[in-house]
Design a protein around this ligand. Structure first.
Ligand SMILES: Nc1ncnc2c1ncn2[C@@H]1O[C@H](COP(=O)(O)OP(=O)(O)O)[C@@H](O)[C@H]1O
Ligand SMILES: [Mg+2]
Length: 337
């Protein structure tokens, strides 16, 4: 048996680490049970550790479990949606191998302007943008063309994004910038709005990342007057017109476009130092220009969400996908940087 095979055959204790809405809450995200079932199917011993914002519970939980690997599904800490950085840092201080980015990698992709600076260095295309910070003048030398979309600089989950996020005049833009400063309490990122199709490309791997088949967001059932964007309601409010009018599906694209989307996605994934798995969101104009909208390191792994759907289209069952991620994390953390 070669060392690699020996390692793969090992049955591991895995702590599946997840965020809870309240300390001690009985409920957790459905993805947690799915990940546990997948790990169990390969003979591993998963144990759930749910945390809200008590650092002692996190440390004690890890010390008691003594896992070989932490499957890290935490996206926030208490009310802090940027807490994933500190959680990954804590796991590193505890000397734990864990799936997904370390604190440095997670920090890079959380700030959408920093993300663009890295993409620029690597020649990966993204929409022109300007940042309006709360306490200073806009840092821009570029002239932006209308329409624009205004988003929080460091949020996720489409927080602060809805139909009025798309602006067709400077007045509309400034209203939105102020709303983000005052309501979301974040800097505002103003981007050129890219009219066109929206795709999500899952990427897996470390030394040689591979791209999964593209998924497309279908906006065709949205009422005509609504901008074709995936705002907060489209993601989180099942009764809304935005939610009902949007649906993701395996993309029907020719091989040339598929290949181009996958190439750009892998370049973006590498540029942002994503580890193990992630999802790159892109838009393509009617003229065929591709733009990276966002890089989601450690994207949502729910069985019916975009990433797992794409993996299945590539012939990877959910069980195999989750175990492949665990193996990638183990293999990576045994190598020196
Ligand atoms: N520059 C852009 N052009 C067109 N649509 C955009 C642009 N930026 C964001 N969107 C729309 O808004 C959605 C959410 O934006 P995104 O930057 O991915 O924020 P989040 O991190 O909250 O998911 C995207 O899925 C897309 O539909
Ligand atoms: Mg997004």
């Amino acid at each position: 048996m070669r060392p690699k095979e020996k390692h793969q055959a090992r049955k591991m204790r895995v702590t599946v680490l997840t965020y809870l809405e309240k300390e001690g809450a009985a409920e957790h995200d459905i993805v947690v049970d799915q990940v546990c079932a997948a790990l169990r199917a390969h003979g591993h011993k998963p144990k759930i550790l749910g945390v809200h914002n008590d650092i002692n519970l996190l440390v004690e939980g890890i010390r008691t479990h003594r896992p070989h690997l932490v499957f890290n599904l935490v996206e926030q800490w208490g009310k802090n949606v940027r807490g994933d950085v500190a959680v990954a840092g804590t796991l590193e201080l505890l000397g734990m191998r864990h799936t997904g980015g370390g604190p440095g990698e997670l920090f890079l992709r959380q700030d959408k302007a920093l993300t663009k600076e890295l993409l620029a260095y690597h020649g990966v295309p993204f929409p022109n943008y300007a940042v309006f910070r709360r306490d200073s003048f806009p840092d821009t030398g570029v002239r932006l063309r209308m329409p624009l979309i205004i988003k929080p600089l460091r949020m996720d989950a489409s927080i602060g994004i809805d139909s009025s996020s798309v602006a067709r005049s400077t007045t509309q833009m400034m209203k939105r910038v102020i709303a983000i400063h005052e309501k979301v309490k974040d800097s505002a990122l103003v981007e050129e709005y890219i009219e066109g199709r929206e795709f999500y490309v899952g990427v897996m791997g470390n030394r040689k990342p591979i791209a999964l088949p593209p998924i497309e967001m279908d906006f065709s059932a949205l009422p005509k007057h609504m901008p074709k964007i995936l705002g907060r309601r489209a993601k989180w409010v099942p009764s809304s017109r935005e939610y009902k009018g949007t649906r993701s599906k395996l993309a029907d694209v020719n091989d040339v476009l598929k290949q181009r989307l996958q190439t750009v996605a892998v370049e973006a994934y590498r540029a942002l130092r994503v580890r193990d798995y992630g999802r790159v969101d892109l838009r393509v104009t009617p003229e065929g220009e591709i733009y990276v909208i966002e890089v989601n390191a450690s994207c949502y792994l729910e069985d019916s969400a975009e990433f797992a759907t794409a993996a299945k289209a590539a012939g990877l069952s959910y069980t195999d996908l989750i175990n492949a991620i665990a193996r990638l994390a183990m293999a990576r953390s045994r190598r020196p940087f």
